[in-house]
Each structure stands twice: as structure tokens, then as C-alpha cells.
Design a protein around this ligand. Structure first.
Ligand SMILES: NC(=O)c1ccc[n+]([C@@H]2O[C@H](COP(=O)([O-])OP(=O)(O)OC[C@H]3O[C@@H](n4cnc5c(N)ncnc54)[C@H](O)[C@@H]3O)[C@@H](O)[C@H]2O)c1
Length: 323
């Protein structure tokens, strides 16, 4: 298919773009470079534009005769969304509305949307089924839930066919170490841990009073290459189902201390650490129920063992030391 990947210069989008191109799709990337990196595109064609620029985006869709859009573009820092909610709603909801209007003008109706486990808030049932109530705890999560609602309504009206993929914690890097996570600032556990280990700095574990076995937050880490394959399957699913919302996770959670200890074992050294304050809006546990994805897309993660994730991240970080 001819595909537009918005946010394809970012972490998850660049893996999906590469994977889909490798599977024979014709991929064009659209990105405003706000948090992305030009080199993440490799040899794929890139248009630098904001999703809210409806005229430009509809022109790109028409020019490349795009058949489906994979919409990764957005802002994704929970703390920043609490500090400046309007900017988050403008980027995530406004960006999605701009894109939908551009798709309408260009006659494109298929969309796969990057949603998030953040739509669930702090759910009482673990692993979390897709049927759990959406109760986001911060503007970032609310912006994702809003876009899901918009897509559900647009699908019911026959305007689009949409798959909302609720990622749990995207993690890992390519096996060759040439593509990986590069956020500034970095808030995600694994790159923060590896940076602390490399620089000999003390690592801060946020919170030790979560309602979990060891008191630190438990998350479900999913390898970006598994996420990429799930997007390929979601494109097929769009042909059968006008609207779906699916979890992308492994069904197995790891606490911060478990990840820290596994990283120490793989690196063969101790990472100095201390406990700091909890981050506001951080739920205790987020682990995906994976049944629905298996059933509807015949998709299960194959690279998401925590050691595989950490080994690939260690290679990427050792290849990409910042000066
Ligand atoms: N990384 C995760 O663990 C995770 C988990 C759940 C959901 N998500 C969602 O997945 C998507 C990708 O996440 P990521 O970690 O790759 O983020 P990222 O910041 O690495 O990538 C986002 C990309 O979108 C681009 N972008 C942002 N706003 C844009 C706009 N208005 N127009 C055009 N381009 C724009 C950025 O330049 C960047 O290249 C996001 O929507 C995020 O909310 C990520």
C-alpha cells in the first residue's frame, strides 16, 4: 500500500516506517521535526510539515496517492502535558483533527492511531482488558482518549476506518544498534538507566510506595519492533473492521527495581541509585491484557523479553554516546 507515516522521524514511527517499507509498502514520512531526528528516516522520503497544516498535508496525501495513514505524530510527556495542557490538546487533538480534515479533502479514509495505556488511568483490573473504563489521569492521556472518541464517531458515521493501538511502554532498539530511542528530555526508564550507568551518575527511582510487590511502579515493556509488526497487521484489520481499539503489550509487568537489576546483570556493573519522590499522575501498575490482539490480529510480541529489550538498548546507547 501507499502509506503516510506521520511522526515517522520519532522513536516508534521510525521503526514502523522502516518495517513497513521492508514489507513492500511505499512509505512517505511527514514530520515537523519538533522531537524527531532527520537521520531516523534512512532513505525514505520525508516531508517536513505540521499535521495541523491542512493544505500541505492534503497536498502530500494527493500527490503520493496515499491509501492509509499511520498517525504517530504528537507530544507525549505526561509532566509537560500537566504544565501546559493547551499545548498538548493543540498538538494531539488539533493535530489529529487537522490530519482528518486533510484526509477528507484527499479522499483517504484509513488511519492507524498511536494511542496509549495512559487512556486507562490507574485501573483496578490487571492485566487491563480493552473493555476497562477510559479514565485518564492527565492531559496527555485525555488527549489520546479524545482522539479515540473522535475516530470512533467518524468511523460510526462512515467517514473513516480506524484502528487505535494503545501502546504500553515502548522500549528497545534495532538489533544492529542503528536505530533507537533519542528523546530530549528523556523520561523513559531504560534510556535514563543506561545514561546513568554510562556517566556514573546516581539514578533516581521515582517512588517506593506504589501498591506493588517491591513498592516501585510496574510497567509492561513492549519492543518497538513488535509494535512495528502490529501496525502492519492493523492495516489488514482495517479492511475487515471499521473501528477497533487494541492493547499492544506483553501481559507481563516488570517493576523499576527488576529492570534496574536486569540492566546491572547485563552491564556487569552496579548502577548507583536512590529513591526520589513519586511522579504525580503515575499509576501503580500498567499491564496489558493481550487476548484481544491475539484474537483479532493474530499478533503476539516476539522480541519483548526484558533481556532482549535491554541488550538492544545497551547496543544502541553504546553506539550513540552524546558529547
Ligand atoms: N514511546 C512510548 O512508550 C509511547 C507509549 C504510548 C503511546 N505513544 C505514542 O506514540 C507516538 C510516538 O511516540 P514516540 O515515543 O515515538 O514519540 P517521539 O516524540 O519520538 O515521536 C513523535 C514524532 O512526531 C513528530 N511530531 C510531533 N508533533 C507533530 C506535528 N504536529 N506534526 C508533525 N509531526 C509532529 C515529532 O517531531 C516526532 O518525530 C506518540 O503519539 C505517543 O504519544 C508512545
Amino acid at each position: 500500500m501507499r502509506l503516510l507515516v506521520t511522526g515517522g522521524l520519532g522513536y516508534v514511527g521510525s521503526f514502523a516506517a522502516r518495517h513497513l517499507a521492508g514489507a513492500g509498502h511505499e512509505v512517505t514520512i511527514l514530520d515537523d521535526l519538533s522531537t524527531g531526528h532527520r537521520r531516523a528516516a534512512g532513505k525514505l522520503p520525508v516531508v517536513i510539515a505540521d499535521c495541523r497544516d491542512v493544505a500541505t498535508v492534503s497536498g502530500v496525501l494527493s500527490h503520493h496517492r496515499i491509501e492509509a495513514v499511520l498517525h504517530f505524530a504528537g507530544l507525549s510527556l505526561v509532566g509537560a502535558s500537566v504544565a501546559d495542557p493547551a499545548a498538548y490538546y493543540a498538538a494531539n487533538v488539533g493535530g489529529s483533527l487537522g490530519l482528518l480534515e486533510a484526509m477528507r479533502r484527499a479522499g483517504v479514509d484509513r488511519i492507524v492511531f498511536s494511542s496509549s495505556a495512559a487512556v486507562y488511568g490507574n485501573p483496578s483490573t490487571q492485566p487491563i482488558p480493552e473493555s476497562a473504563p477510559l479514565a485518564p489521569m492527565n492531559p496527555y492521556g485525555r488527549s489520546k482518549a479524545m482522539v479515540e472518541g473522535i475516530l470512533r464517531d467518524a468511523a460510526a458515521a462512515g467517514q473513516v476506518r480506524a484502528a487505535c493501538l494503545r501502546y504500553f511502554n515502548a522500549a528497545g532498539a534495532s538489533r544492529s544498534g542503528d536505530l533507537g530511542e533519542d528523546h530530549h528530555p528523556e523520561t523513559h526508564l531504560i534510556p535514563r538507566l543506561l545514561a546513568a550507568a554510562r556517566e556514573g551518575q546516581e539514578f533516581t527511582v521515582h517512588g517506593k510506595d506504589y501498591a506493588t510487590p517491591d513498592g516501585t511502579a510496574v510497567r509492561d515493556y513492549i519492543h518497538v519492533e513488535d509494535l512495528a509488526e502490529a501496525h502492519a497487521r492493523a492495516l489488514t484489520l482495517l479492511e475487515k473492521t471499521p473501528f477497533t481499539a487494541l492493547n499492544l503489550g506483553t501481559g507481563r509487568g516488570y517493576s523499576v527495581l527488576e529492570v534496574l537489576q536486569t540492566a546491572e546483570t547485563l552491564l556487569g556493573k552496579k548502577i548507583r541509585s536512590k529513591f526520589g519522590a513519586r511522579r504525580s499522575g503515575d499509576p501503580d501498575t500498567l499491564v496489558a491484557s493481550t487476548n484481544e490482539c491475539k484474537k483479532t490480529m493474530n499478533w503476539s510480541p516476539i522480541n519483548s523479553n526484558i533481556e532482549v529489550i535491554l541488550k538492544s538498548s545497551i547496543l544502541w546507547h553504546s553506539n550513540n554516546v552524546r558529547s
